[in-house]
Design a protein around this ligand. Sequence first.
Ligand SMILES: [Zn+2]
Length: 250
Amino acid sequence: MSPFPIRLTFHGDLPFFLEAKVSTVERQLSEKASVKDVIEACGIPHTEVDLVLVNGQPVDFGFVIGGELVIDVYPVESQGVTSFAENRLQVRNVRKFVADGHLGKLVRDLRLLGVDVVYDPPADDRQLVSIASDEHRALLTRDRRLLMHAIVRHGYYLRSQDPLEQTLEVLRRFDLGSALAPFTRCLRCNALLESVDKAQVVDRLEPLTKKYYEKFRRCPQCGQVYWSGSHFDKLRARVETVRASLTGQS
Ligand SMILES: [Zn+2]
């Protein structure tokens, strides 16, 4: 098969992933390849691609490129879908996540807001990818190779390295703003908290906590006890910061 040219145009913020940061890339292919492989060879994980048009027609990731073509690649749009709604390749309303081992602060923020996030820092790449696939969780990472695994159906590459910005990115990408339930989930292990009578936890409390607080919640999984003590003000301030930033920029 003699080499043939293809032209890819990357829309929206997708040039972010390209080395040259340009929107149009010309390539020579010497053999047939799936559109997923061709896009990922440019550095863009398939989880970031919401629509692919080949000569103006929508295709899925398995589409085989075997000749001269013009390919348009679109990201997940922040303002909702206006065209080719039936042919979108990503879903927005994922409610369960798994984060890679470098994202502890993001995970804490998300759990504080009530979002379900599996986090197991010792997990290796294969385990992370399996958790995402088996439990239908979106994989959150700054490792784009991880997102290129074919079995990863949903995922997101965090653009920022700042935990607050990362939290906002995830809330926006997956439309989580209206699904938040702060203070309902264990920050340590992700389980949903249960209300518990003071009498059941009183032997574990410091004298002042025992004296001044009446309402307690406990994690059924790891046993951590939560109450609205001094640490609570910091957490509540964090929730307010996230909420204000979310509404301020949407
Ligand atoms: Zn727990």
